[in-house]
Design a protein around this ligand. Structure first.
Ligand code: ADP
Ligand code: MG
Length: 347
């Protein structure tokens, strides 16, 4: 508590997709064990180190257990602000890592082994809640940032922009966002699936089901402690949050063949990811040498200000494709992720 803590950064390399295999793409990324990964291709030969590396054959469970996600859930119950975010090129496996193979033929219930970090965290949270006598008071909110507008994914109404405000006590916050109480795994998974269906996605050359927005699901956790003296009563004690951020993928417009509306989206996505990268590289400097951090440059960086530079505990999951065709995006993700390892917060 209060001590300078580094961001935890783990890497996931997805398997080659059927299309990539059919095309005969080469694998240029190899895990060397021990948290290091090697990229080898003509004119490129580099090794990167992370807290953990998950190779193509790693199961969803292995990622949950090996990434430190379970500890993050426990810290959130203890009252910390915890954030996990997935980033990487479009089609690199961010949504798969967080939620499993959504939007594909098999319903979630038929493939429990494929459930992502989010459903596993919810299960862990509810288990902990049940094992504590008083239980935890849980609620969820779910937002997306699409074309620099914040929208509520839990609202049944047609999408409209919400304001992002700042106050001295709360920092940056979203005005009038819905917050829904839940007590069961079914309810929260349902909220996740319903909200995800409302997210803006479009098909383009790299991914038939590409997320065009940044999505932020936040679980608010209040734990009550029972005091025995002088009279038994329940009083609120700790308030933590557990926040899941599925970033829209970076992309080069040339690769995805985006034009018109799609290229406006792409530019907004790239601009906010650039702002995030800029904040991260400034935050990576030693504390004494830091200059002003430009969180206000994008909605995304405003929403993530607390997790990145303030009092949060943060886990980053960088996702990459092993294919030779994705080399330049993969290298840029690896550099971005390596830089993030130097960022510190004071939880
Ligand atoms: P992103 O969210 O980064 O754009 P997705 O999560 O949608 O990418 O993944 C792109 C495709 O690759 C999807 O068809 C997904 O099912 C598949 N995929 C991603 N990661 C894995 C994995 N670890 N194992 C199997 N398939 C995966
Ligand atoms: Mg996605």
């Amino acid at each position: 508590e209060g001590r300078e803590t580094r961001l935890r950064v783990v890497l996931r390399v997805r398997p080659l997709t059927c299309t990539e295999q059919r095309r005969g793409d080469r694998r240029v990324v190899h895990s060397l064990g021990d948290g290091t990964v090697h990229v080898s291709a003509a004119r490129h030969d580099a090794t990167f180190g992370f807290s953990a590396v998950f190779d193509a054959d790693a199961s969803q469970e292995a990622v949950f257990e090996g990434s430190g996600m379970r500890q993050l859930v426990e810290l959130a119950i203890d009252g910390f602000s915890c954030t996990v975010f997935a980033f990487g090129q479009t089609g690199s496996g961010k949504t798969y890592t967080l939620m499993g193979p959504l939007g594909q033929a098999s319903p979630q219930s038929e493939a429990p082994g494929l459930l992502g970090l989010m459903q596993r965290s919810f299960a862990c949270l509810l288990e902990q809640s049940r094992s504590r006598g008083t239980g935890l008071a849980l609620s969820a909110s779910y937002l997306e940032i699409y074309n620099e507008q914040v929208r509520d994914l839990l609202s049944m109404e047609p999408p409209r922009a919400l304001s992002l405000r700042w106050s001295k006590t709360r920092g940056f916050y979203v005005e009038n966002q819905l917050s829904v109480d839940f007590e069961s795994l079914e309810t929260i998974v349902d909220l996740l699936l319903q909200g995800s269906r409302r997210r803006r996605t479009s098909a383009h050359a790299l991914n038939g089901h590409s997320s065009r927005s940044h999505a932020v699901l936040t679980i608010h956790i209040r734990s009550r402690t029972v005091s025995i003296h002088p009279t038994p009563s329940t009083c609120p004690s700790k308030q933590g949050t557990l926040c899941f951020v599925d970033l829209a993928g970076s992309e080069r417009v040339k690769d995805t063949g985006s034009t018109g509306e799609l290229s406006v989206e792409a530019n907004n996505i790239n601009r906010s990811l650039l702002a995030l990268g800029h904040c991260i590289s400034l935050l990576a400097k030693p504390r004494g040498k830091r200059t002003h951090i430009p969180y206000r440059d994008s909605k995304l960086t405003r929403l993530l200000a607390r997790s990145l530079g303030g009092s949060g505990v943060t886990l980053m999951v960088a996702c990459i494709s092993p294919s030779s065709r994705c080399l330049s995006e993969t290298l840029s993700t690896l550099h971005y992720a390596s830089r993030a390892r130097r960022v510190t917060t004071r939880p």
